[in-house]
Design a protein around this ligand. Structure first.
Ligand code: ADP
Length: 561
């Protein structure tokens, strides 16, 4: 051991809290509730976070105890976001779109002791909802109906109170403890798109490093002068780290509550002068369509400059569409297990313009602090030639090394997501990808979405991206239909910009030719099914499981071709 090393200041979220309190107490948080806008400063927000911490202390909360939130994006949710980890407890953000039974399972699995729940969500949980015994206190946050009656939880001894009433009884000064960077700060469950939800336990160190990475110039590059609008829910992988990143950078925040329809987002962007915003591609597809057909809206979003978009593949038509309005789309890739950002698409200065143009739809380069590799079935690295595909694996201080233990039957299966090789830990992402000689990663598909036809693989994602480039298409997804002869065949599920039947007919007659420019004949779907709007899952992405179920329950329909 050598002496004379640097300070060992722990990497904890108290860094974020202290910095924003010292430097940026005047910056603002604007929340758009359906009833109107609410605005407060970071100084006021931190005072209220102190009250939340005092309330939780009074509840008898100890270090490492879990506190659940079931809430949309609001200043109250942000107060709990700050208070819980900074006092040494663990913030468990539960997906508000889950069914009542699944919410109860997750609260029980996490062993949460306190639940902060938005009034509108509490009401809709309904009579199916049984509060698990581990929850001792329920705090109902007034979101859409501040005066509305709050029904007591059924079959439970938990106390019940309103957020504002409870906060009013506590002081804002709180003795924030010194924490170890290895203590747990947050708990998030994967949304279960490809299996049962699995718990990911973020440490202070991992969340703080991820937060700093969002401020890197060669990353999301959040800056003090930005106004950030996370339109991705705060229960979806910590809203991709954007709330903590905005606080750390001193950027103001604009929170849309549950309103992510284009009109509401435009109003919030105008009101808060938003410069950077994020959400899954489906939200931005609707938004782009709205601003294209609504000239008044374009005048209201003049401050908007950058859209880091991820969660699902981003099509060229979306990137080009926003660039017509002077808005830069930055393609990002991540997953709950990586806090969640791992790749961002930036232009390298040593790569020629032609190549960069072609890589614009790739998911991008590893964020500094992340290492990526693509391996074959035997665990050997594939060549970085932009063609050889294999499973994408990632190693990073903000990537999970195991799942939060529990749901017994899943533990063993889930832990196979982690491997140790080349002297370090790797997370198996379950995504199939290529890496080119410059390091640009392109996701080919999710392993579970690949379609096996005649012994060969078809990438559903590549077909979807090309379909999205068809001028008539609004949304596209491709899923497999079981086939006696070929094993599986692709089915194109489409929602068109216009619901005119002639438009459908025109699309059907041109789709084969359109796809044959890029795909061999055997990969092109022969079956097309139209939807007014494709079904969405719990995190707003297109729900391929629902589409697969639909396909499994129907016969091959030649009439649709
Ligand atoms: P879920 O697995 O339930 O969808 P996550 O939000 O953690 O929950 O999703 C992570 C997955 O989303 C990734 O493994 C990948 O398959 C997909 N994904 C995320 N970003 C992108 C992107 N830019 N392009 C393609 N797929 C993406």
């Amino acid at each position: 051991m050598l002496y004379g090393l640097m300070q060992s200041v722990p990497l904890t979220l108290n860094m974020v809290r202290e910095r924003v309190g010292e430097l940026y107490p005047g910056k603002t948080v604007v929340t758009r509730f359906s009833s109107g806008f609410h605005s407060c400063t970071y100084g006021e927000l931190l005072e209220r976070a102190g009250r939340v911490a005092n309330l939780l202390k009074d509840f008898g909360l100890r270090r490492g105890d879990r506190v659940a939130t079931l809430a949309w994006n609001s200043h109250r949710h942000l107060e709990v976001y700050v208070a819980v980890p900074c006092m040494g407890a663990v913030l468990h953000t539960v997906n508000a779109r889950l069914a009542a039974r699944d919410v109860a399972t997750l609260l029980d699995h996490a062993g949460d002791t306190v639940l902060f729940v938005d009034h509108s969500i509490w009401r809709t949980l309904g009579s199916d909802f049984q509060l698990p015994d581990c929850i001792r206190h329920v705090v109902v946050c007034e979101d859409e109906d501040p005066e509305g009656a709050v029904e007591a939880p059924r079959a439970s001894n938990a106390t019940l109170g309103r957020y504002e009433d409870l906060l009013a009884g506590y002081p804002s000064a709180f003795a924030w403890p010194s924490l170890d960077e290895k203590e747990a700060a947050g708990l998030c469950y994967t949304s279960g798109t490809t299996g049962d939800p699995k718990g990911v336990l973020y440490s202070h160190r991992s969340t703080t490093l991820h937060t700093l990475s969002c401020l890197f110039a060669d990353g999301v590059s959040m800056r003090e002068r930005d106004v950030c609008m996370p339109a991705v829910p705060m229960f979806h992988a910590n809203a991709w780290g954007f709330p903590y990143a905005a606080l750390m950078a001193g950027a103001s925040l604009a929170l849309p509550s549950r309103q992510t329809d284009p009109q509401s987002l435009v109003e919030l962007i105008e009101r808060a002068k938003v410069t950077i915003a994020t959400a899954v591609p489906t939200v931005w597809t609707n938004f782009l369509e709205f601003i294209r057909s609504n000239q008044a809206a374009t005048g209201k979003i003049q401050t908007l400059r950058r859209l880091p978009i991820g969660g699902a593949a981003v099509s060229r038509s979306l990137i080009d569409g926003f660039s017509e309005f002077g808005i830069e789309v930055m393609h990002c890739w991540g997953m709950t297990e990586i806090s969640p950002l791992g790749l961002t698409n930036l232009d390298r200065s040593d790569v020629d313009a032609e190549t960069l143009k072609a890589t614009r739809t790739a998911q991008g380069l590893a964020v500094p602090g992340c290492s990526v590799r693509v391996v074959d079935g035997e665990g050997r690295r594939c060549p970085t030639d932009g063609r050889s595909s294999g499973e994408l694996q990632i190693s990073s201080p903000w990537a999970a090394s195991a799942y939060f233990p529990g749901i017994a039957e899943n533990v063993n299966r889930a832990q196979t997501s982690f491997v140790y090789s080349e002297g370090r830990e790797w997370l198996r992402t379950g995504d199939v990808a290529t890496i080119d000689s410059h390091g640009y990663v392109r996701i080919v598909d999710r392993t579970k979405d690949l379609i096996k036809s005649g012994g060969e693989w078809i990438s559903s994602q590549e077909l979807e991206l090309q379909l999205m480039n068809h001028p008539a298409v609004r949304e596209a997804a491709v899923v497999a239909r079981a086939d006696v002869k070929w094993q599986e065949r692709p089915v194109a599920c489409i929602s068109l910009r216009s619901d005119n039947p002639e438009e459908r007919q025109r699309f059907v007659s041109t789709m084969q030719t359109f796809l044959s420019r890029t795909f061999p004949k055997w990969q092109i779907p022969k079956e097309v099914k139209f939807w007014d709007e494709l079904p969405k899952g719990k995190t707003g992405k297109i729900d391929k499981n629902a589409l697969r179920d639909w396909v499994a329950g129907t016969e091959f329909d030649r009439a649709e071709i």
